[in-house]
Write a protein that binds this ligand. Structure first.
Ligand SMILES: [Zn+2]
Length: 601
């Protein structure tokens, strides 16, 4: 469920060009120089990104030794080149420039996730470590007596088993794959920090926080504020779930510190608790709509699912997807070759050649995912007329939030409107539906926050290499009220067992997206004139809501995200109270359940 981060690939193939042209030295730089530099970078992006995207597409759709080689080459060159452009952009730091030029230069400086030091050896070392870490994760298996299980198999145990010993084995087993990553990760942090400092940032974490149109420290405080808003709801959910799990597993397994052992929550990282729904659902919760069965009953195949999702966006006033989308996307897992099945949305030429790549199963989960992925595609096409450095989300949380916002409108009313069900069920079943959603969305919030809290502290040295694991668990305890089921030591490296750590993908975007999607949903429902419970609102077919949304999509990143927020929410601030509004009926119910329980940790 991600958009392909083309910014990472954009620079790949421009290497030979810039290597040939020596930057002019010791010359007084002018606005004209800055304009020419921007033009050069943007022209290079436009020209080369399509090539890089096609290489990446072919690699992901036809995994062979050769395409992997081509893809790796493409990515290998990227680091050096990105650093070069970022360094060149830095030369204009002290020049008085119009706002728009300044912003485009900052975007070029901020396009890096990890900055390699400006030293070919160190750049190569960093690239190797990054590739190695990613490969270690991808190939990770837990083997006992020659019998090996991968993440998929172990995750199935975590989701389905109710035997805590079996759960513990799968949980600790998966974490064995991360042990050898530890030293490499430490070296990577050193190198990346050196590169970040060369670009003028205090450390890599500060570089990541710089991309949010506000001072880095203010942004960190802003996240704390948003978390503070969600915390009472999360605490109530955690307390209830803990109590129900105690009934299942007993005090001995649970302990008496108020926290939940991480292996019992149905997900390898305890970031999504949907799999324990049956154990924690309200006693009187009715059946929620079985969308999967309804899809089957109405002969939905993969293409019809995508067509239906497209129709949602069209109902808001967006143009239908281009013919090429239907010709070039991948909807089904091919029988005769290896592909990357993880759902993704692509923008091949930064214009109209947008696609999704998924191995669609005809079920509810993938129906939601299709709506999510198309959110990326419609966003990509909407901002295609902006400068190429602005062809991205207002901030990275926005891009993830758009499709999810649409998915929040996949209500019973929507299912009736598209003919999947005949009658809208009464609200008696809503508590169950809300509980299921809360286990997915509310449970995620502190996890979404703590991942980068850990990384920021690792990058700035607050968490030193000899306490990587202790620091990780300190944060998981503090934010999630989730604890390791058995003692962990510094011989292990539990952060490495979560893809985004060895994969070096910033995570704050997912935290933001979880907050933003509810805020967008509430504001668009208001615009649509909806009255009633927020979880029953669907903006399907509402042109007024669509008009507002389209305005935001078309802005891309041309203006600070606060300006985009102003358009959609009539306010410049992110606000997590919309999430509280959405789950208000569930919160009442949780408080009632919890009133005689000992909550907190
Ligand atoms: Zn996504």
């Amino acid at each position: 469920m991600k958009k392909l981060l083309l910014m990472l690939l954009l620079f790949t193939l421009a290497a030979c060009q810039t290597n040939q042209s020596k930057p002019e030295q010791n010359k007084q730089l002018t606005q004209q120089d800055a304009a020419e530099f921007l033009q050069m970078v943007e022209d290079t992006y436009i020209k080369e990104s399509e090539y890089a995207a096609r290489v990446a597409w072919v690699q992901a759709n036809f995994i062979t030794d050769d395409t992997v080689w081509l893809g790796a080459k493409s990515i290998e060159k990227m680091g050096a080149l990105q650093v070069k452009f970022a360094n060149q952009a830095k030369k204009f730091d002290d020049l008085d420039l119009p706002d728009d030029m300044r912003r485009r230069l900052e975007k070029i400086k901020g396009s890096l996730t990890l900055a390699a030091p400006d030293d070919p050896e160190k750049n190569a070392e960093l690239a190797q470590i990054m590739a190695k870490l990613e490969a270690m994760y991808g190939a990770g298996k837990y083997c006992v007596d020659g019998e090996c299980r991968d993440l998929g198999e172990l995750s199935k145990v975590i989701a389905e088993s109710r035997n805590h010993k079996e759960l513990l084995d799968a949980w600790t087993g998966w974490r064995t794959i991360a042990v050898p990553m530890r030293e490499k990760y430490q070296r990577m942090v050193e190198l990346a920090n050196e590169g970040a400092r060369e670009l003028g940032f205090a450390d890599t974490g500060a570089m990541w926080r710089a991309g949010y149109d506000m001072p880095a420290d203010d942004f960190a405080e802003e996240l704390d504020r948003l978390w503070g808003q969600v915390e009472p709801l999360y605490d109530a959910l955690q307390c209830h779930v803990r109590s129900e799990l105690t009934e299942q597993y007993g005090d001995e397994v649970m302990g008496d510190d108020g926290m939940i052992p991480a292996h019992l929550l149905g997900n390898m990282w305890a970031q999504d608790w949907t799999a324990v729904y049956d154990m924690v659902k309200p006693d009187n919760a009715g059946e929620t709509i079985d969308v999967t069965a309804r899809l089957k009953a109405h002969d939905y195949d993969a293409k019809k699912m995508v067509k239906t999702a497209e129709n949602f966006f069209v109902s808001l006033g967006l143009d239908p997807l281009p013919e090429t989308f239907w010709e070039r996307s991948l909807f089904l897992k091919p029988k005769d070759r290896d592909v990357v099945c993880h759902a993704s949305a692509w923008d091949i030429d930064n214009e109209d050649d947008i696609r999704i790549k998924m191995c669609i199963k005809e079920d509810y989960e993938d129906f939601v995912t299709v709506h999510h992925e198309l959110g990326h595609n419609f966003y990509q096409r909407a901002y295609k007329d902006k400068s190429i450095v602005y062809r991205t989300g207002a901030n990275d949380g926005f891009h993830e939030a758009i499709g999810d916002t649409i998915a929040l409108s996949m209500t019973p009313k929507y299912f009736k409107d598209i003919g999947l069900i005949d009658e809208i069920p009464s609200s008696d079943n809503d508590l169950g539906m809300l509980m299921k959603k809360a286990l997915e969305k509310v449970a995620f919030v502190p996890f979404g926050l703590m991942i980068d809290q850990w990384r920021w502290q690792v990058f700035n040295g607050e968490i030193s290499p000899d306490e990587y694991n202790a620091g990780w668990w300190r944060l998981r305890n503090q934010y999630q009220g989730v604890k390791a089921p058995v003692e962990r030591t510094e011989d292990q490296f539990d952060p490495g067992a979560k893809y985004h750590i060895p994969g070096n993908t910033p995570y704050t975007r997912y935290f933001l997206a979880h907050i933003l999607q509810f805020q967008f949903h509430r504001e668009l429902c208001k615009t649509a004139g909806f009255e009633g419970d927020l979880h029953r609102c669907s903006i399907y077919n509402n042109k007024a809501a669509g008009e507002k949304l389209i305005k935001v999509l078309e802005m891309g990143a041309e203006k600070p995200w606060q300006d985009a927020m102003q358009v959609i929410a009539n306010s410049r601030d992110m606000d997590a109270t919309a999430m509280l509004d959405y789950f208000a009926p569930l919160k009442l119910w949780l408080d009632e359940q919890n009133k005689d329980r000992q909550c907190g940790w």
